[in-house]
Write a protein that binds this ligand. Structure first.
Ligand SMILES: Cc1ncc(COP(=O)(O)O)c(C=O)c1O
Length: 419
């Protein structure tokens, strides 16, 4: 008799679905399709040669250490490097404040494991990062959604949702995924003050902060929180846990991210990580350290900014050239994405089918909303990625997308037929 596996699945699997983006990646394998779907970095800027040299150096000088199990907290020189780097922006982080994770996606999962009981509410932006919802759903999270506008999370709407007692807030201040928006400096101050007043912590997810193409760097929430708490005692307390990653600055295939948090939280997360994977790949961490060291990472980020900044401009120009006036979009100052708003009455899923026929793909907006109340709102949006395609493909892809949009609009408001 064969086992009825599905009847044995745990309750927590009930809310688990495959992400719309992972599904989309299957469709976009077709080389004819220009995909603005996944958040893929450009493979042409991966520093392949530097990685080759780093792998060789690690194996030649430290091979036996690199191939061995290692501490859950992470490779010490890499933790030191991340702590130094974080300190540049004003958080006096030490290595003991840093936990290396297998991508920031694992950090989100560990945060869920640490903080969420079934039925706990998490305050999220509407829209927000789909992968965070996937990570939190497993732990039975429910959501309080607060809308964003072109200046990020609407902090003026926060008090009432905070009064309802969410467990924590999950916020993406820089070049948000999917909106491409940046949380304005005034709102950053308001947010940390509110977090402190209501005693509700913030998870600050910042994979894109380094990828700014215009304007000035804004202080991370974790820094403003330190200033607010006048915490010159180091980073032993605080309302903000900060996450980042090498996925967008070095290579996502490395699967290397990190959490910066007060030491007590790091210790608990370490225990949780032990149960998940013992530790992040020793070899990967040592190679990443070798690649990033001696100022290479800073130089490489300059190159990425140039390449992605140009691609963003090409996409913005093409949207302005080809799209009808009823369509609008955000103007991201960095990151990988922009967010398109369709005319009232249009449905991004119907548009998706039409766009695939024109050989262009995007991610339908409703995937990024946690609450059912937003299902309708989501249908009017698309997320476009501008980092992965070459500039000429971006222009051509937007031309095709605009054509699909115009055809759908014609279907919504058909030309009156004369007698
Ligand atoms: C906002 C956000 N957080 C986390 C992640 C996960 O990144 P990683 O590759 O480090 O797991 C992503 C990836 O796109 C992201 O956009």
């Amino acid at each position: 008799m064969s086992t009825a596996w599905t009847s044995r699945y745990a309750q927590r699997t009930k809310n688990v679905r495959s992400s719309a983006i992972r599904e989309l990646l299957k469709i976009t394998q077709n080389p004819k399709i220009i995909s603005f779907g996944g958040g893929l970095p450009a493979p042409d800027v991966f520093p392949v040669e530097r990685f080759r040299e780093a792998c060789n150096r690690v194996l030649e000088t430290n091979g036996r250490l690199a191939l061995q199990y290692s501490p859950t907290e992470g490779y010490e020189p890499l933790r030191e490097m991340i702590a130094r780097h974080t300190s540049r922006y004003g958080v006096k982080a030490k290595p003991e404040h840093v936990l290396i994770t297998s991508g920031s996606q694992q950090a989100l999962d560990l945060i869920g494991k640490l903080l969420i009981n079934p039925g706990d509410r998490v305050l999220v932006e509407a829209p927000t990062y789909l992968g965070a919802l996937q990570a939190f759903n497993v732990y039975g999270a429910e959501y309080v959604c607060v809308p964003s506008d072109q200046d990020g999370l609407r902090t003026d709407l926060l008090e009432e949702p905070l009064r309802s007692g969410p467990k924590f807030m999950y916020v993406l201040p820089n070049f948000q995924n999917p909106g491409g928006t940046t949380l304005a400096e005034g709102r950053r101050h308001e947010l940390v003050l509110l977090a402190d007043r209501f005693g509700i912590p913030i998870i600050e997810d910042d994979p894109y902060g380094q990828l700014r193409y215009e304007g000035e760097h804004l202080p991370p929430l974790v820094v403003l929180d330190r200033e607010n708490l006048r915490g010159d005692k180091g980073y032993s307390i605080g309302n903000v846990v900060y996450l980042s990653t090498f996925s967008k600055t070095l290579a996502p295939g490395l699967r290397l991210g990190w959490i910066v948090a007060p030491p007590d939280i790091i210790s608990k997360l370490v225990q949780l990580k032990q149960g998940a994977d013992l530790h992040t790949s020793t070899f990967g961490q040592m190679v990443a350290y070798e690649v990033a060291r001696d100022g290479f990472l800073d130089e490489h980020i300059k190159l990425i900014r140039r390449v992605y900044g140009e691609r963003r401009n090409v996409m913005l120009d093409a949207l302005a050239e080809f799209c009808p006036p009823e369509v609008s979009w955000t103007r991201p100052m960095g990151g990988l994405f922009l967010w398109v708003t369709l005319p009232v009455g249009m449905d991004c899923h119907r548009l998706f089918d039409a766009a695939i026929k024109e050989n262009v793909a995007f991610v339908a907006g409703d995937a990024f909303y946690a609450g059912n109340g937003y299902a309708h709102e989501g249908l009017r949006h698309l997320r476009l990625n501008f980092s992965n395609a070459q500039p000429e493909q971006i222009r051509e892809g937007i031309r095709r997308l605009a054509l699909a949009i115009k055809n759908q609009m014609a279907g919504l408001h058909p030309e009156p037929v004369g007698d």
